[in-house]
Design a protein around this ligand. Structure first.
Ligand SMILES: *Cc1c(COP(=O)(O)O)cnc(C)c1O
Length: 408
C-alpha cells in the first residue's frame, strides 16, 4: 500500500510563476476577463482552453493554481476549489446523484454532512442509508439498484474510525458505484485516491489552511468528473455557485506549502498526549494507539512519516465533567474551547453538543458518541510535556485523575 509516493514531494514540485515572475502567483482581482476575439469567447463556453478565463464563478487563475496544487497533494487527475467544505460535499454529491438515487453513508460523519444527507437531499429525492462503515457486509447489504455513491470519512469525525478505503473501493468498483471520501482529518497522512477512492473532498478550513482564518473546500477526482462540475450547462459548482474568493485561494496556497511540517508536529503532539493520558487510565480514542480498533489498518494505509494525525478524543463520562474540564483547560492555557480543527493552537469541544448535535441522541448512543466525549485538535506546541502537565492539572481539578498521581 505504502509505495514511494509522497504527497509533500508532489507539492514541492508544484512550481508556478506569476506573470511577472512572482514566486507567489498573482492574484487576479477580476470577476470577468476580456477576449481579443468573439470566436475565442464562444469556444471557452464550449470547452476549457488552457490559460483562457471567462468569468470567475467558472474559473479564475489563482483558484486554478490552488486546485492544481491540491490535485498534486491527493494524486488526482484534477481538482476544484469551493467556498467551503460543505459546498465541496454538497456539489460533489449533487453532481453524482439525481432524483431517485441513493447514497450509502457512514453513520459517523461530520454533523453538517449528516444533516445534508439525512434532512436536505431527500427534498430532492436523493436518499441515504446510514451504515457502520467498518462493517463491510453491512455496506454491501445496503446497496440497492438505486445506489450511486458510497460516502465516508477517511478518519471519521468525531470518533476517529478509520475506513478501509481499499475494501470499500473494491465494493464500489464491483457494483459500479462512486466512492467519495472526506479526507479533512488526514491530509498528507492518507491518500484515498491512491487507495482506490474515486473522489476526495476536503474542508480546507481545517488542517490544509491551518490558520482558522477562512472557510474553503475542494473536490479532487478524475478529469471527466471535474469537467462535469464546472460545465456551464449542467455543472453543480458552476450552477450552484460556491466559488472561492481569489484572495483566500492565494493565502491557502501559501499555507499548503507548510502542511507537511505542520502535520508531523500535530501528529507528534497528539500521539504524546494520547499515549500519556491513556497511561493515566483516561479513556482515549486515537488511531496511533494499539487500543484503537483500526490501529493496524491505519498503519497499513498511512504514509508513516506524517504520523497518526492531530485528533484524539477523551471520554470523561458525563457532560457536566466535560464542560467543567473544558472551561478549566481554557483558563490553564491548554488551548481554546472552540469547534473546528487543524489550527496551530489546540482546540477542544464536546461534539455531542456541538459539531455532531445534528445527529439524534439515540443515533449518537448507537455509535458510541457519549455526552462526556471531548474532541481535541492538538496544536503545534513546541513543549508538549508542558501541555500534558497542564491537562493533568485540569483533570485532577475535576476529579478524573486522582490528586496522588505524579507525572514526570
Ligand atoms: C468542518 C468539516 C466539514 C465542513 O467544512 P466547512 O469548511 O466548515 O464547510 C466537512 N467535513 C469534515 C470532516 C469537517 O471537519
Amino acid at each position: 500500500m505504502n509505495d514511494h509516493y509522497d504527497p509533500s514531494s508532489e507539492i514541492q514540485d508544484f512550481l508556478v510563476f506569476g506573470e511577472f515572475g512572482d514566486v507567489n502567483p498573482s492574484i487576479t482581482d477580476s470577476s470577468t476577463y476580456t477576449f481579443l476575439s468573439p470566436d475565442t469567447m464562444k469556444e471557452v463556453f464550449e470547452h476549457d482552453i488552457e490559460g483562457c478565463f471567462l468569468y470567475s464563478r467558472h474559473w479564475n487563475p489563482i483558484n486554478k493554481y490552488l486546485a492544481k496544487a491540491l490535485s498534486a497533494l491527493e494524486g488526482s487527475a484534477a481538482a476544484h476549489v469551493t467556498g467551503s467544505g460543505m459546498a465541496a460535499i454538497s456539489t460533489a454529491i449533487m453532481q453524482l446523484c439525481s432524483m431517485g438515487d441513493e447514497v450509502i453513508s457512514s453513520r459517523t460523519i461530520y454533523g453538517g454532512s449528516y444533516a445534508l444527507l439525512k434532512n436536505f437531499l431527500p427534498r430532492f429525492g436523493i436518499n441515504t442509508r446510514f451504515v457502520n462503515i467498518i462493517d463491510l457486509q453491512a455496506v454491501e447489504g445496503a446497496i440497492s439498484p438505486r445506489t450511486k455513491v458510497i460516502y465516508c470519512e477517511s478518519i471519521s469525525n468525531p470518533l476517529l474510525e478509520v475506513a478501509d478505503i481499499p475494501a470499500l473501493a473494491e465494493i464500489a468498483n464491483r457494483r459500479g458505484l462512486t466512492l467519495v471520501v472526506d479526507n479533512t482529518f488526514s491530509p498528507m497522512i492518507l491518500s484515498p485516491i491512491r487507495l482506490g477512492a474515486h473522489v476526495v473532498v476536503h474542508s480546507l478550513t481545517k488542517f490544509i489552511n491551518g490558520t482558522s482564518d477562512c472557510i474553503a473546500g475542494c473536490i479532487c477526482g478524475s478529469e471527466a468528473f471535474n469537467n462535469s462540475l464546472s460545465d456551464v450547462n449542467s455543472g453543480a459548482t458552476m450552477l450552484l455557485g460556491p466559488v472561492l474568493d481569489s484572495l483566500r485561494a492565494a493565502s491557502i496556497l501559501k499555507n499548503l506549502h507548510s502542511l507537511h511540517i505542520r502535520m508531523k508536529q500535530h501528529s507528534t503532539n497528539a500521539y504524546y498526549l494520547a499515549e500519556h493520558l491513556q497511561e493515566l487510565g483516561c479513556r482515549i480514542h486515537y488511531p496511533g494507539l494499539p487500543s484503537h480498533p483500526q490501529h493496524i489498518l491505519m498503519a497499513q494505509l498511512m504514509h508513516p512519516q506524517y504520523g497518526y494525525g492531530g485528533m484524539f478524543t477523551l471520554d470523561v463520562g458525563d457532560e457536566k465533567t466535560a464542560n467543567q474540564l473544558m472551561t478549566i483547560m481554557q483558563t490553564e492555557k491548554v488551548g481554546y474551547l472552540a469547534v473546528s480543527l487543524g489550527y496551530f493552537k489546540t482546540l477542544f469541544s464536546s461534539p455531542g453538543r456541538s459539531t455532531s448535535s445534528e445527529i439524534p441522541e439515540t443515533e449518537r448512543d448507537k455509535m458510541g458518541l457519549s455526552a462526556g466525549l471531548i474532541r481535541f485538535s492538538v496544536g503545534l506546541d513546541n513543549n508538549i510535556p508542558r501541555t500534558f502537565g497542564r491537562i493533568v492539572k485540569c483533570l485532577k481539578a475535576v476529579g478524573v485523575v486522582s490528586e496522588n498521581v505524579m507525572i514526570g
